[in-house]
Design a binder for this molecule. Structure first.
Ligand code: GLC
Length: 567
């Protein structure tokens, strides 16, 4: 955090003798993540757009938000819904224009909100002019901008499997060579070893800083550094090995990232949050904080507890609560000197109410319980569109009804691994990224008020009751609970700065933690079961209950009950 411009330092300690700590704007409020394609369509095209985001700024502001993270809105063939970029400095016409974008920045600023862009720098689209040039011959000026390898047409250089399935190598007739793609075939990996590539990427990010963005979410960053030699990995039953196991977090990556920081982030009043599956809590000091390169890092340990064997299609129906708590606690402890992005949902994850609580749990209680954790852990809460309304997973009938390239790829791998259609579809229903991508539900009118056209993905069938307009009217709704909790968190010195401590960490039913600042303490306690659990009474002695997801109080926890106490 050293080189960032510091704004509004707060002395949150009042009369305490401890020195005042610098608090940045992005630590004081939540971030709201928008998947623009599914947010609000103002043209009748069936897909959301930037003017839709502008229209809903007051709604977003009501959630106590200081920044909006937009998933990619750049020109893209949309093979991976914008994560396949064909021009880093232009807005895709489906989302609007650069003028719309400038208006969004200005209108958001008028409400105290900054716009955060998604930088997808591990790969481009195969339709990006850089790639079209690179693939045209072995000796063009951009010949070395991607990862090219020799080989025989039907024999890939290594046994690496792409994250969305299939070989991570694609044969190119023009060059008579293979190119590497960590994700889809249409997402060729850039060659970060080439300084011209890095310069072009830094220039693109600086273009957005000049337009006034408040920060960046940096996509799939752990894959940018490739190993010096490409060799086969230990094969799964199908003979392939996930590319993730071979290239994620390769030594030397931090040299690239430190340069990235120097050339782009340093000296600007912005924040950075990187997506970094596989960076372990103990490695965090190199990645975030004083010595690190980013302000925050999305690591995956707490959302990966359902996948004890690695493969997502062999998920654990019931995960151990202690594993989940241990993951969150490890991250809280590792970021004690820095900062943490708290999240349970994003555009790649299923809806949290279906995931973190056992089957049969009440959805509204579950949404409120998770909100209590989201707003009371130490870090910046990231709210994903619809999470604040308690959205639940959708289940489409057949794999053909799914748009998500990842679900389709994983379905194929799961089938090849011996799962029946029924078993594979169970996995897809539970974990497909489309669960998070169904359109926002604004009201109970046709298509939930998302579009006057045909929505690109079906609206969830619970929209008549679960929508922003109805929830705004209901004082007990998930939405109003979010608004109240968020305002409380933004105004609480204990929640912004207090120390985190976990209690009863071996308990498989309750998650209890405290936040302490001076002589003030806040306690969050959540029952993750569907049955009654007795209160560890001594923790609550003398404490005052300030929030709960049940309206009355008992001297034990009921199913999915969650409470916040103040001491
Ligand atoms: C990240 C994004 C995901 C995308 C992938 C490839 O994981 O969050 O949506 O598919 O990178 O860019």
């Amino acid at each position: 955090m050293t080189a960032m411009t510091m704004i509004e330092p707060m002395n949150l300690l009042g009369n305490s003798t401890e020195a005042a700590e610098k608090i940045f704007w992005w630590q004081k409020k939540s971030v709201y993540q928008i998947y623009p394609k599914s947010f609000l369509d103002t043209t009748g095209s069936g897909t959301g757009d930037l003017r839709g985001v502008i229209q809903k700024l007051d709604y977003i502001k009501s959630l106590g938000v200081g920044a909006i993270w937009l998933t990619p809105i750049y020109v893209s063939p949309m093979v991976d819904n914008g994560y396949d970029i064909a021009d880093y400095t232009a807005i895709d016409p489906r989302f609007g224009t650069l003028e719309d974008f400038d208006e969004l920045i200005a209108e958001a600023k008028a409400r105290g909100i900054k716009i955060v862009m998604d930088l997808v720098y591990n790969h481009t689209s195969d339709k990006h002019p850089w790639f079209l040039e690179s693939k045209s011959s072995r000796d063009n000026p951009k010949a070395d901008w991607y990862i090219w390898r020799d080989g025989e047409k039907n024999s890939a250089p290594t046994n690496w499997r792409a994250i969305f399935g299939g070989s991570a190598w694609q044969w190119c007739e023009e060059r008579q060579q293979f190119y590497l793609h960590t994700f889809a075939t249409a997402q060729p990996d850039l060659n970060w070893e080439n300084p011209d590539v890095r310069r072009a990427l830094y220039d693109a990010a600086n273009f957005w800083i000049k337009r006034g963005v408040g920060g960046f979410r940096i996509d799939a960053i752990v894959y940018i550094k490739k190993p010096a030699e490409f060799v086969d990995g230990v094969a799964d039953s199908d003979g392939t090995c996930s590319v993730h196991n071979m290239t994620a977090n390769t030594p030397g990556i931090l040299d690239f990232l430190r340069e990235f920081k120097r050339e782009v982030f340093d000296g600007h009043d912005i924040f950075t949050v990187a997506e970094a599956n596989s960076v372990k809590p103990e490695e965090l000091p190199d990645w975030v904080g004083e010595r690190g390169v980013f302000n925050m890092l999305f690591e995956f340990s707490h959302v990966n507890v359902m996948f004890p064997h690695g493969e997502v299609w062999h998920y654990a129906e019931l995960f151990k609560l202690s594993d989940f708590k241990q993951a969150l606690t490890a991250s809280q402890v590792a970021t004690r000197e820095s900062w943490y992005p708290i999240y349970f949902e994003n555009h790649d994850k299923p809806r949290s109410v279906n995931i973190f609580f056992p089957h049969g749990s009440d959805k509204i209680l579950a949404a409120k319980a998770l909100a209590m954790i989201l707003f009371t852990l130490r870090g910046t809460p990231f709210i994903y569109q619809g999470e604040e309304l308690g959205f639940a997973n959708a289940a489409f009938k057949s794999i053909d009804d799914y748009d998500d390239i990842s679900s389709r790829g994983q379905y194929d791998i799961a089938r090849a691994d011996g799962l029946s259609d029924k078993q594979a579809m169970r996995f897809v229903h539970k974990f497909s990224r489309d669960n998070a991508r169904t359109p926002m539900q604004w009201n109970s009118s046709a298509n939930a008020g998302f579009t006057t056209g045909k929505p690109w993905l079906p609206v969830h069938d619970d929209f008549k009751t679960c929508n922003a307009e109805s929830e705004a009217r209901d004082k007990n709704s998930v939405l109003n609970f979010y608004r109240t909790l968020s305002a409380f968190r933004n105004g609480s010195d204990v929640l912004i700065r207090g120390e985190y401590e976990e209690l009863y960490h071996d308990n498989e039913e309750l998650f209890i933690f405290t936040r302490t600042l001076g002589d003030k303490k806040i306690i969050t306690a959540v029952n993750f079961t569907t049955h009654d659990v007795s209160l560890p009474a001594k923790i609550f002695d003398g404490a005052r209950k300030i929030f709960g997801n049940y309206s009355d109080e008992k001297n034990y926890f009921r199913a999915t009950e969650a409470m916040i106490y103040e001491l």
